[in-house]
Unconditional design. Structure first.
Length: 301
């Protein structure tokens, strides 16, 4: 198949109009019609059903549109990466990460990278685990650090590569003077009547409470780690904290969870090709940092 014809077909399919596709591509309408007709001959199947009420995709057209979108995405990424080379920006590495990873894990890895590549410029941008893969796919970020609930099916993201880094358990985070603060381990059911803080109403923390048999009474919804820590230390709420935050939450009482404890998988997202030359060194630094955290199994306070 001629890639130019595939992309022309994509414009027609997305606009559901030869005229609007021609305007978008700065081509004449007969030229667009000719290219789509030639593509249909190439693939040996009708791609568009030209009805009086408008264009409709045939089953073959729907299938090809999925691949056409992927091709367009890769062309856009290639154009962005080539522009970076042309503009001499390849020393700048753009990283994205979820908030908890920015509390120490990612900065430690970046410091390791900078120790070896002293002229490297690095920017770190916060993002949610849901949005970061798309930002890597588009070229906005060169690499991202994401996570998923380990209890859910493994998540693979379209058109990017996943590299596992860390399997991380959660701890109960309590006020220092809480009645259970000196326990060796705490059952979630013992916190059923407490006020809770969480990032989402349907996230890992809430799912863990529901699995333990109760609905948490949420008094705060925030991803701000400073706000969460303040709520806990002042006795206003309890929560579940990942081990990555053990040092940042040192003024709270962190205790292991008795019984089935929630866990999450932390992983890196890499673009499909044309990677920034510093991506591999950063990945090595992330892997080394993750291995140290995994081995330390930071003792709860």
């Amino acid at each position: 198949m001629d890639p130019k014809r595939v992309l022309t077909f994509r414009a027609v399919a997305r606009n559901r109009s030869f005229t609007r596709a021609a305007e978008q591509l700065a081509l004449s309408q007969p030229s667009v019609s000719h290219q789509v007709a030639a593509l249909e001959r190439e693939v040996g199947a009708q791609l568009l059903d030209r009805r009086p009420g408008g264009l409709q995709l045939t089953p073959a057209g729907e299938l090809l549109l999925v691949h056409a979108d992927a091709i367009a995405e890769r062309f856009d990424l290639a154009a962005l990466q080539l522009a970076e080379i042309a503009e001499g920006e390849r020393a700048l590495l753009k990283i994205g990460a979820f908030p908890t990873a920015l509390a120490g894990f990612v900065p430690t890895a970046v410091a390791r990278l900078r120790a070896l590549h002293t002229k490297a410029l690095v920017t770190v941008d916060e993002g949610s685990a849901d949005e970061l893969p798309a930002r890597v796919r588009s070229g906005e970020l060169h690499v991202a650090v994401c996570f998923q609930d380990a209890a859910l099916p493994r998540q693979e993201h379209q058109s990017v590569e996943r590299r596992d880094l860390l399997h991380e358990p959660f701890l109960v985070a309590l006020p220092p003077d809480h009645r259970l603060a000196r326990r060796r381990a705490v059952r979630l059911t013992e916190l059923a009547n407490e006020d809770w803080t969480a990032a989402f109403t349907d996230g890992l923390i809430v799912r863990a409470c529901r699995a333990a048999g109760f609905e948490p009474r949420l008094v705060s919804l925030t991803r701000d780690q400073l706000a969460i820590r303040a709520l806990i230390t002042r006795g206003l709420a309890v929560t579940l904290a990942p081990r990555l935050l053990a040092e940042a939450f040192s003024d709270t009482a962190l205790r292991p969870i008795a019984g089935d404890a929630p866990e999450r998988d932390v992983y890196a997202i890499l673009p499909p090709g044309g990677r920034h030359p510093l991506v591999q060194p950063l990945l090595a630094a992330l892997t080394e940092t993750a291995a140290e955290l995994q081995a330390q199994l930071i003792a709860p306070r």
